[in-house]
Design a protein around this ligand. Structure first.
Ligand SMILES: C[S@@+](CC[C@H](N)C(=O)[O-])C[C@H]1O[C@@H](n2cnc3c(N)ncnc32)[C@H](O)[C@@H]1O
Length: 276
């Protein structure tokens, strides 16, 4: 999609997500070589139809998160989609598996069609010995059509007891969950919505004291489309000062299908007390 054009039914945030195409720090060569993401033009409904019309939907896909993720991946070979790729999921799986205690609560900002939410549900359940007890993934999405598709896929994956798809703005929903005491602590925060919201949502989790020592924050696309303020913040270790989270942060590079390097930022809250 050309910069400046609009999707069929625009999602809130679309324009600002694409504002980076005109960002002065982006070299022109990069602008020309990276295919621009397209979404909300009917491809999400096409994915839904593709999955549910498959002859093996009941025999192979039902209650099999990994088979569903693979089916989504197969569909994306024909139609590009703005999903967290299988290679990133596997990298994240290893990272979460290395946490000293298995993560039980994960917040995801940016559900889209539910691909990564299904992966998180599957990963957390398996890291907790195959049990759904106390394991929760809350995922947030602005677009009501995407929410419906994600809920259907989560249900197909048999993860509805673990994964809750919530419609609305991530900031409002994080606050709501905390106010309703649905969450007291967050083991993993995954940021995969519009990049300008990464830092405000991270700081909201800090303000609400949702992190513990050892909580992990994963952020996708920190280099492109790019979340420069967020990156600067976590790379500096956080804002500093008494009561604030101190982060240690490392970038992981993977390559997109077209060979374009894309970066994820894995940040660990290593200290919750005063620091200087
Ligand atoms: C890159 S996609 C997420 C991909 C998804 N994690 C996956 O792997 O399938 C980003 C999604 O974030 C949603 N979004 C953007 N800003 C948001 C916000 N502030 N709150 C909730 N959802 C948001 C968009 O509508 C879009 O569907």
């Amino acid at each position: 999609m050309a910069p400046g054009s609009t999707p069929r039914a625009s999602s809130a945030g679309f324009v600002s997500r694409h504002a980076f195409f005109a960002a002065p720090h982006r070299p022109a060569a990069v602008l020309l070589t990276i295919a621009q993401p397209q979404f909300n033009d009917g491809r999400e409904e096409a994915l839904h139809s593709y999955i549910f019309a498959r002859p093996d939907v009941e025999s192979k896909l039902r209650n099999s998160p990994q088979a569903i993720i693979q089916a989504i991946e197969e569909f994306t070979q024909k139609q590009r989609m703005i999903i967290y790729s299988a290679v990133k999921i596997e990298k994240s799986r290893s990272l979460l598996a290395s946490m000293p205690s298995p993560p039980k609560t994960l917040l995801e900002a940016g559900t889209y069609i539910g691909n990564s939410a299904i992966a998180w549900g599957d990963i957390l359940r398996s890291l907790n010995g195959g049990s759904a007890e106390g394991v929760k993934v809350y995922t947030f999405e602005l677009d009501e059509n995407f929410v419906k598709i994600a809920r259907d896929l989560v249900q197909l994956a048999g993860l509805q007891d673990i994964v809750t798809v919530m419609q609305g703005k991530s900031t409002d929903l994080i606050r709501k969950l905390q106010e309703e005491s649905a969450i007291a602590q967050v083991d993993v925060l995954f940021l995969d919505h519009w990049e300008e919201a990464y830092l405000p949502d991270l700081q909201l989790c800090e303000e609400l004291a949702l992190f513990r020592k050892g909580s992990v924050v994963l952020a996708d696309n920190t280099d492109y489309p790019g979340a420069p303020q967020y990156l600067a913040y976590v790379k500096a270790g956080g804002q500093g000062g008494e009561g604030h989270v101190k982060y240690e942060s490392v970038s992981h590079d993977t390559k997109s299908k077209k060979g374009v390097p894309v970066s994820q930022e894995f940040s660990f809250s290593v200290q919750m007390e005063a620091w200087s």
